[in-house]
Design a protein around this ligand. Sequence first.
Ligand code: GLU
Length: 447
Amino acid sequence: MITTRIPPSPTGHLHIGTVRTALFNYLFARHSKGRFVFRSEDTDKARSKIEFETEIIDGLQALGLTWDNNEEVIRQSERGEIYRRYLEQGIENGKLYLSQEESKQNPGETVEVVRLKNPNKEIVFNDLIRGEIAFDTTELGDLVVARSIDDALYHFTVVVDDNEMGVTHVLRGEDHISNTPRQILIQEALGFARPEYAHLPLILAPDRSKMSKRHGAVAVEEYLKEGFLPAAIINYLALLGWNPGTDQEIFTLAELVEQFDVVKVHKSGAVFDRQKFLWINKEHLNRLSNEEYLKLVEAALPDSIKSLSQYGTERLERLLPVMRERASTIGETADAAAAGEYDFAFAHPDVDPALLKWKKDPDTSVAATRLRAVSELLKDADFSSAESIKAAIWDYAEKEGRGEVLWPLRVALTGLERSPDPFTVAHIIGHEDSLHRIKNACDKIGE
Ligand code: GLU
C-alpha cells in the first residue's frame, strides 16, 4: 500500500516548509487511498524539545493533516534497540563493520564506530519530480552509520524507520537530495526495498533566497495569530510548487486530495507571495457564512471595543458587512478595531463641530440647518436597511447638494473624517441612536 510520511525534527516551531511537506505527503497518500504516517526525529538531544513536538503535532492536526499511526508518537529517541538490532545484523552480513578509532569529540579516547563498507558505485535513482539523478558514491568513503553500536546516526535511523513503517514514497525538501544516495547505500546494505523519491522545490523569499525569518513569519503559529484561516494556509501552501494546470486557485483540502498529482510539482523554487496569500485568505473568508464570520470576529475583537457602552451582537451583525469588505484577515479587523476605526458603531462620537462644516459652506450654521432637516426626514423612516434610509434622504440631498447634506450627517454620526457612508452607519446604529447623534451635533454647533 502506498505509504508516505512526515518526520519532523522537533527543534523549532512548526515551520510553513514542514506544513507544505506534510501536506504534499498527505495529499499523495489520500489521493492514492494509501497511508500517511508521522514520526518525531528527535535524535538531536540538545535541540529537540517536547514542547516543539507537541506544537508540531497539534499544529499539523489542526490544519487537517491527520495521520494513520496516531496511537502513540513514534520517537527516534525511543528506538535505540531497533537500530542496534539492524546494526548487528548488518555487521553479521558483512555489510557494516566495527572500527576502533580515535574519538573526534574527545581526542585521545578510542571509540568503536560502525561504518558501511562502501561498494563504490554509482547510485541512480528516479526522482518523481526531477527524473533520473545519478550520484557517484565513491567519494563518500566508508560512511560512519553509528557513533557506537548504541548510537546510530541520522541517515541510518531514517532508513530503518522508513522501512519499519512501510514507507513507499519519500516526498521531502530539495535540501535532502544529497542525503538520498547515502540513504540508498544503507538501504542496500540492509537489504531493504528502495522507496520512490520526490524532492520538493524550496520555498523562496521574493528575492529568491531561501525563505527565512528575516523575510517575515515562517512559523505557522504567527499566521494563525494574524488571523489566516487554516483552510487558507493549506490552500496557499499547496500552490507553493504545485498547481493543477487549470485556472482554479481556491481549493478545499478535499479538492486538493482529489486533484493532487506529484508529477505536476515544479522543479524550481516556489516564491512566497504574501499578497497572494492574503487574497487566498480573503477568498476563504468570503466563503464563510455571516454566522461563522461573526464567531471569528467576536473572538478576535479587543476589549477596548467590547467594553464600549453600546457594544452588542445586533450592532456587530449590522457592522459585519463593512468589516468583511475591508479586511483580508480577521487580524486586520481586530487591528482596525483596536485603532478605534469601529468605535462609531458602539459609542457616541466626540464630534468636533468644525469638522461638520462642508468645505463649500461658509460656516457650520448651514450644517445645523441641514441636519435638522435630515432629522425630520428620518423620524418616520424605515431603518431596516441602508437602502431604505438612503431613500428617505436622497431627494433632499440631491436638492441641497450631496456633500452639503451627507458630509455633516456622516460626521454627526461618526465624528470621523473617514468612515463608511452615512446610510450604512445609520443602519448599524439604528433609528433612536441616529437621531440622538444628529441632535448632539446640532447642539454642539449651537454652543
Ligand atoms: N527530520 C528531517 C527534517 O525535519 C526530515 C528528513 C526526511 O524527510 O527524510 O528535515
